[in-house]
Design a protein. Structure first.
Lengths: 299, 299
């Protein structure tokens, strides 16, 4: 897989040109190596943060990228000269795990992606469930504490305000400012503003007790949200992905415990909570599946 | 429709005998009036609080009735001598609204039943969605305030701890104990323990400002939970039922406002939030539909 930073702050046109350039690069390299000629490329599957409109291929709103009513699918499809299909990135990642990853053969699956935001993808009866207007699965702004932490969206107590990457870093910094003993300050030369969720995971692996505490607390918040989803959706499997899952049992142990504490027993018993198998490639594999399902039928 | 109190405290056998007696009464009366003979009755549809197991027809657990692993379907079916099918009462009510009520012709519907507990039923693509183990739609114990009010289930901050009938009454009483001015104390001869959510609705109709305040607050809590469901499920319609809906705009006004405040705009715009059309009969009509769908195919 190839990857590049989005660099969304440079502008939407820059991001589109960069994606088009990467697609053309893949096609050129495959042709040069004699693996595939141009005819072998039949279309483009795209996964993007949402909410979005699949029918028009438009990204309606992305707080984290700053796009509004942005015709991503056609801009990329026309530039490359191939048909394209667009779906939500979390939906694509969940579909990827169902097709080639942790959820092979499972028909009721919820994918939870922990990153800058918290995304959700919902597979019901083996198909992505989109809801009435393609927005289903937006779990990041689920209120778990209506009088709690302020979220970037303006509301209070959203899951994202506790368990997204930036929220984990912010909560870690709060404790350090209250002088918790930790390896974290040395990892950023004392500049606490530079601390990210990745530093918290690294510190845990290095044996840092404070970082492990921050992760346990994260897992309890996340478990509250996941328990809600277990009760509402009664899925067979929840696949958790994102850099934070590197914390392993420091995340999954207290997460599962909180779900058992808060969800109905029959629902909790029916649901396996597992880490992603495909990691960062889940979204790309799932985006390819999205194109196939939309244009060519079942895989 | 005929109805009788459950009187669950007398015991499970008493409840089953009472239900069987009512079914036999309906059949006898129809025969006596020459409307239908016995052959016209082909089966029994049952809606019960859950969680339950549809395959075995067993109610697994009902905190409010005190049943555990209770073979309700076969006890009633065998006593009456007809095949029976069992589903969750909230699922049945939602199916009823889809077949004959407020959600006719709508394919993605969430039913929310406000009563002693808060039940949810989920119709996706025109069919009840049951999840991996028949528990999907259990929205009452969704955490909306993880450090909030204690719930009967033992956790803190469940939706039911704020917006169920008993929770509305309890919150109303708290304010009265703090000496809020209201018609409510006179309605129960000063015995605040007798106040129910129905009294709150009656007091609102009589112009009581304090009761209207309690309902507005209820609607905001409920709106927090409903906004979560709008983001997660992106339904076309949410049908709200239960005695509390008699409060009309005192409930629906602030409920819709809270959903607009907390849910994604595209999801909130796509979702109509309406009161039940069938009221108490939704569950019975839906239970009949449950039997038909299970044994005879699409209606």
């Amino acid at each position: 897989m190839r990857s590049m930073p989005t660099d969304a702050h440079v502008g939407a046109k820059f991001v589109v040109d960069r994606i088009v350039g990467m697609i053309q690069g893949v096609m050129r390299d495959a042709a040069r190596e004699g693996e595939l000629d141009d005819d072998a490329f039949i279309g483009i599957g795209l996964g993007s943060p949402g909410p979005l409109d699949r029918e028009t291929g438009t990204v309606l709103e992305t707080p984290n990228l700053g796009w509004r009513n942005f015709p991503l699918r056609d801009l990329i499809g026309k530039s490359v000269g191939l048909p394209a299909e667009l779906d939500n990135d979390a939906n694509a990642a969940t579909l990827g795990e169902c097709w080639q990853g942790a959820a092979r053969g499972v028909s009721e699956v919820l994918g939870v992606t922990l990153g800058t935001g918290i995304g959700g993808g919902l597979v019901i009866n083996g198909e992505v469930y989109h809801g009435a207007s393609d927005v289903a699965g937006e779990i990041g702004h689920m209120t778990i504490d209506s009088t709690g932490r302020r979220c970037a969206c303006g509301n209070y107590g959203c899951l994202e305000a506790y368990a997204s990457g930036p929220a984990i870093a912010a909560r870690a910094v709060e404790g350090l400012e209250a002088e918790a003993a930790s390896l974290l300050p040395d990892m950023v030369d004392g500049d606490l503003d530079r601390i990210t969720a990745a530093h918290v995971s690294e510190a845990i692996i290095a044996g840092d007790e404070y970082a492990a505490d921050v992760m346990r607390e994260t897992a309890r918040f996340l478990g509250t949200g996941v328990a809600n989803l277990v009760n509402i959706l009664n899925p067979e499997m929840i696949v958790v992905s994102g850099g934070v899952t590197r914390a392993g049992d420091h995340l999954f142990g207290p997460l599962k415990a909180e779900v058992r504490k808060r969800a109905f027993k029959v629902a909790a018993d029916a649901c396996r909570i597992v880490p992603s198998e495909l990691g960062d490639t889940a979204g790309v594999i799932g985006a390819a599946a999205t194109f196939h399902l939309a244009r060519l039928g079942p895989i």
